[in-house]
Design a protein around this ligand. Structure first.
Ligand code: G6P
Length: 368
């Protein structure tokens, strides 16, 4: 593997633009494109035999897991316990027999995630790991390895590993749904078709939104605080958006479940704190719109990330509205990760920070 920046200014930018290719590569490991079905034998875990799934990870990989939880619960009716690995390892959580554990890690070496994995293994659980580095410690110590084929990720802020993790988790949730009998053949075919279109949509979306996000990011770089809001799978994406922005631009950012707005962050709303709302026209859309109205009524400036249907359905004044195509619910978080990544990237570039190696952060945290 030759690792260079190619025509890009930073590894992070290159890795954002590589996503169509690496996600397509990753998906082909789990999906039979010709048959239009998931490869049930890619799962080496008998999901039908489980009452519960435990999940754990750190940082961006943890947010991928949080999105995965929504998928496993909705598609496969499989309850998921998830926690950041530094809490999971000390929680003394009961681990009943009909439970398996799933870990998510780009490096496969993160100390807390590895400790959580060993804790579950010592309790006799079957261990699966979604991991990017094949020969890593976590891969070696797992019963089932679910590779993300993202290639080497150099930028400290994870981008392509994240969307590959989401792709694997979506495919695993579909496999679990099939084996548990909770997913109809039509629903599986629809979801697979949606996943198949993801790589093409990546490139289309990047080309369409890039200039607008550059302009927006120049404005954002003047602010000191930013709030991200979302509901459902857009909530972990809001957390990821805030994490990315603070990591590389050093602008203070917080992610919140939109419904929690009135339980705290609304006190901070004024014209000095833009609110980035991730809201495709999904089952939560109307609820999120009422949260945006609460923000607007307090003089807050809204940046709305939505789809064509959502854009047509609102008359709210926004600082910017970023519009993506309408897509199946299961692939929405994978595609809506793009504007979130680009906003962080371009804002950091305007701030003049060291985008690929932000201060105080490490690519892989191998000490507790
Ligand atoms: C560090 C990196 C993040 C990453 C996290 C978990 O904080 O800066 O980008 O998400 O570790 O790393 P892992 O290798 O376990 O996915």
């Amino acid at each position: 593997y030759v690792v260079d920046k190619g025509n890009h200014r930073h590894f992070m930018e290159k890795e954002i633009y590589e996503q169509a290719e690496v996600v397509s590569h990753t998906l082909s490991h789990y999906i039979d494109f010709a048959e239009g079905r998931v490869k049930a034998d890619a799962a080496q875990i008998d999901f039908a035999a489980l009452d519960r799934l435990a999940m754990s990870a750190c940082g961006t990989a943890y947010y991928a897991g949080l999105i995965g939880k929504y998928w496993f619960e909705r598609v496969a009716r499989l309850p998921v316990e998830i926690d950041v690995a530094s809490e999971f390892r000390y929680r003394e959580m009961p681990l009943p027999g009909r439970m398996a554990a799933l870990f998510i890690s780009q490096s496969g070496e993160t100390a807390d995630t590895l400790a959580s994995l060993r804790y579950c293994r010592d309790s006799g659980l079957t261990i699966g790991t979604v991991v990017n580095v094949r020969g890593s410690t976590m891969a070696r110590e797992s019963d089932a390895v679910f590779p993300t084929l993202a290639g080497p990720e150099i930028g400290v802020a994870s981008t392509k590993a994240f969307t590959c993790q989401l792709s694997v988790l979506a495919a695993l949730a579909l496999i679990a749904g099939r084996t548990r009998g909770t997913l109809s053949a039509e629903e599986e075919a629809r979801s697979v078709q949606a996943l198949v279109e993801v790589p093409r949509l990546f490139n289309e979306i990047l080309t369409a939104i890039q200039p607008q996000i550059e302009t927006l990011s120049r404005e954002l770089s003047r602010f000191k605080d930013v709030l991200y809001l979302g509901r459902g799978t857009n909530f972990p994406l809001a957390l990821e958006g805030a994490l990315k922005l603070k990591e590389i631009s050093y602008i203070h950012a917080e992610g919140y479940a939109a419904g929690e707005l009135k339980h705290g962050p609304i006190a901070l709303i004024d014209e000095t704190m833009p609110v980035i709302v991730i809201a495709p026209h999904d089952r939560y859309y109307e609820k999120t719109v009422s949260n945006m109205q609460e923000v607007a009524a307090r003089g807050g400036q809204i940046i709305l990330i939505t789809d064509e249907k959502g854009a047509a359905a609102t008359t709210l004044d926004t600082m910017a509205t970023i519009v993506l195509p309408v897509v199946n619910e299961i692939v929405a978080p994978i595609l809506f990760a793009l504007p979130v990544q680009l906003i962080a990237y371009h804002t950091a570039v305007f701030m003049g920070t060291d985008v690929d190696q932000p201060r105080n952060l490490a690519k892989s945290v191998t000490v507790e």
